[in-house]
Design a protein around this ligand. Sequence first.
Ligand code: DX5
Ligand code: ZN
Length: 219
Amino acid sequence: MGCLVRRAEVAASLLSCDMGRLGDEAARLEQAGADRIHLDVMDGVFVPELTFGAGVARAVRARVTIPVEAHLMVSAPGTLAEGFVDAGCALVTIHAEAAPHLDRLLQRIRELGARAGAALNPATPACCIRWCVDCLDDVLVMTVNPGYGGQKHLDYVRPKIAEVRSILDRAGSTASVSVDGGVTADNARALRELGAGILIAGSFISRAGDPAAAIQSLR
Ligand code: DX5
Ligand code: ZN
């Protein structure tokens, strides 16, 4: 019997969108059927690029009715997380590699009223989240090295998706698993079969002539 392949939610990243029209772009992606808007926040330190802050998150939030999530690719997530919760982000994801006090910061994000996510770079083992599963609402598995949109999907990271799902399931956690980086229609089914419940896509959707069809093809 074929394994159950769950329908995935699609989070549309704005990173490859027209930076001069982010509000319009977010509204257009909602119209095209995106389940969430994914904001790739970069500080130019944790990753080379610099993108946007909580003020942009607040402005984007005002233009859509679907959840907005912040992926903090920043070296000091403890300093910035509260501003994104305050801006109305429903999920704030911090990198395990940038949070020596991961458990405490995840708890803080929840106390502030948002869902808390932990992101793992390609080289970071799944076991890093083992002892904070009770503070997690999502684990984001990076399938590119963070910092840029439009990169090649790193196939060799895929087994980690199943590992993370297994750690969460064994701990009785209902936290979701997101996959972020080089997600396209060509790999979406394989990622869902491995346990990905949320597919984050930027360039695949932004570059598509028909964003609605592109989003549908990921589900
Ligand atoms: C990369 C970001 C990803 C990226 C995804 O650092 O975290 O969200 O924008 O973009 P694509 O889908 O183009 O790889
Ligand atoms: Zn991202």
